[in-house]
Design a binder for this molecule. Sequence first.
Ligand code: PHE
Length: 341
Amino acid sequence: MSNPIVEQINSALEDAEKTLAAAQNEAEVEEVRIRILGRKGLLPSLSGGMGALSPEERKEAGMAFNTGRERFQSFMDSALKRIKASARGNGGRQLDLTLPGRRRELGRKHPVVTVIDEAVAIFRRLGFIVADGPEIEDVYHNFDALNTAQSHPSRDVADTFYFADGRLLRSQTSTVQIRTMESHEPPVRIVAPGRCFRRDTPDATHSMNFHQIEGLLIDHEVSMADLKSILQMFAAEMFGPEVKIRLRPHFFPFTEPSVEYDFSCIMCGGRGCNVCKQSGWLEIAGAGEVDPNVLKNVGYDPEIWTGYAFGMGIERIAMLRYRINDIRLLYENDVRFLEQF
Ligand code: PHE
């Protein structure tokens, strides 16, 4: 014999099970709860009809109420659990704490920094200390104090970056020669690594910002032989004892005499290859005896003090060392490139 209350409860249960299994959010679950269990919901209104039942039927209906309420509750609980887990999980997946963690990649030194650190370490062993100067400079420290003629092409706005107020981005680390001598009494023995800027059109060997390491030694009776020996020692430490150096006459405003110095090609050992353009030599940097005018500009007496200065390009050394064929690779921050070093 059918019991109308029991039937209604059972069909509502079936319905609710389906709706809850498909519910997408908590509001949908709450809707079902109100419809079934709410004050004006199905179960409370059905219980109003209990009086019309026989004692036997009332007992049946009472049991159906109890189990029905329990089962509604468990359908709702599992629906809520599922909804919360998908909100928490990544793209609907649950968080699995048993999975191994994601390893954080360790960074490493940029090749330019590695070369600076090595060059500094070599010069420290040779008795030099590190000096520093600003990247934003004035015309005096970048040109005037370095004995640079008013007509020198490097002063041109086409070659050097100027600010509206007349200051500039230093085009060479030679500025640190001046700053160091202005603030220290001789003798001096410094190296100054740092960033420089020039208005070059970028290509495989030119970048608008690059690095140099400057050297300056001021003492009594410092000769070109002293300069040559320190450069030879540096070359041997940096590239190996078989590397030779040679000095070629050149011109710099702040040194006299001035030279460019070359290292025998570290690729071919001096026999000639495409890196050294078959010459057997690699041009590394400029150097010379400090010009007496520079010493006068910083208040040193050129009759008492003499010295040498040198400057070399860091990127050039890094490119030779690591066989990098385009300077721009050093500044693109491409991890696929950088993680090779
Ligand atoms: N400052 C020079 C340049 O940038 C290099 C240099 C440094 C030459 C010190 C002589 C002495 O080309």
